[in-house]
Design a protein around this ligand. Structure first.
Ligand code: EPU
Length: 342
């Protein structure tokens, strides 16, 4: 049964915990209700805001349209062969719950992506990634419903045009589809991704060596690192990394390195270097900065936080100040990773 409500605060539905409201709001948990909703004459032309876990949005004003919370549930093995298991999860499944389920079953591939906030349906949108693994590495396919026509379409890997924190759903098809399920291709025999420095150190601290390494141990290490650096959205409003790590030409990197010898950088192909925006922001003096209830997290400068009552525009104003200061100091443009709703 569809229950469309009006004038609903979106505070519980975005991890930044911004108190913006939606003119209309509905929670959808099955295909029939979704089709009914998309055919309602009175909402055909109403702008729609699709919310998963709300963990990658910054709401800068009240939304004068219909906010749709996607709650499709279910985790099922849909196919299996000698080496892989194909796990299909509803778009509304909590991402970390899916990771825990797979780790428990010994299905390998997403253990490095433990504790990322948000839902399964939102994961492909920005090709979530952490500690050396991106979603696209285990992605098989997804189903999505076209908002205008109600048609269901299956997207394969190539259709999604994945990039670093990018996909077709953030670009050409932005706002056009609701992702109802995602199927992952997971390994029966794990390939461990432990190259990321922090993982190696944490595993060593945990007493885990190559002999007793497991996907469970990696998951635990990742959870430990995330808890120690990233603010828990249940306690302090945030949307994870606010900016993407910029990729700059090698020549520019070398020049900067001469002035800032400790500047970290990771080669991207032969000509570009990825620079941690967190480092740039910290060195520009912003780490731990607070203005009213908007701030830069004290343990990870890439994360902007809402201590309590910051508005989306206050967070955005802080983001602009940070951007400008990084631009001025290093000549590097950093761009938001978070989806800004104005
Ligand atoms: N650093 C600083 N100061 C800071 C933060 C970072 O100097 O305040 C430097 C350090 O040199 C550190 C390097 O930046 O070695 C990298 O830091 P970290 O490992 O914390 O990763 P990140 O590049 O800041 C990215 C992702 C995170 C992901 C981590 C781990 C982006 C935009 N962010 O952050 O993803 O968890 O790597 O893989 O790529 C997210 O997308 O919301 C997110 C949290």
């Amino acid at each position: 049964m569809l229950s469309i409500q009006s004038h609903v605060s979106l505070k519980p539905y975005n991890t930044f915990r911004i108190d913006a409201s939606a003119r209309y709001w509905v929670d959808i948990s099955n295909e029939d209700d979704l089709q009914t909703l998309l055919q309602l004459a009175e909402f055909l032309d109403t702008p729609k805001l699709i919310l998963g876990g709300g963990s990658n949005v910054l709401l800068c004003q009240n939304f004068d349209g219909l906010a749709v919370k996607v709650s499709f549930q279910g985790i099922d093995v849909v196919r299996e062969d000698d080496t892989h298991v194909y796990v299909k999860a509803g778009g509304g499944v909590n991402w970390h719950q899916l990771v825990m389920h797979c780790v428990d079953q010994d299905y390998a591939g997403i253990e490095n992506l433990s504790l990322i906030p948000g839902t399964v349906g939102a994961a492909p949108m920005q090709n979530i990634g952490a500690y050396g693994v991106e979603l696209e590495q285990v992605f098989d396919s997804l189903t999505a419903v076209h908002i205008q026509t109600g048609h269901t379409r299956t997207f394969g890997h190539a259709d999604c045009a994945f990039g670093y924190r990018e996909s077709v759903f953030k670009r050409e098809l932005k706002g056009q589809y609701i992702i109802t399920s995602v199927t992952l291709r997971l390994d029966k025999v794990p390939t461990f991704h432990t190259r990321y420095g922090a993982i190696q150190e944490t595993l060593a601290d945990m007493g885990v060596s190559e002999d007793n390494l497991s996907i469970k141990a990696i998951s635990e290490a990742v959870i430990h690192i995330r808890r120690s650096k990233l603010p828990d959205p249940a306690q302090i409003g945030n949307a994870g990394s606010f900016f993407k790590n910029p990729e700059i030409p090698k020549a520019q990197f070398n020049q900067l390195k001469a002035n800032y010898p400790t500047l970290p950088g990771y080669p991207v192909g032969d000509d570009f270097v990825k620079v941690p925006a967190g480092w740039l922001i910290e060195q520009a003096g912003w780490k731990g900065y607070r203005s009213g209830d908007a701030g830069v997290h004290a343990k990870q400068a890439l994360v902007l936080v809402n201590y309590d009552k910051a508005t989306g525009n206050q967070i955005l104003a802080l983001a602009k100040q940070v951007q400008e200061s990084v631009q001025k100091k290093y000549g590097i443009t950093i761009t938001p990773e978070v989806n800004i709703i104005r």
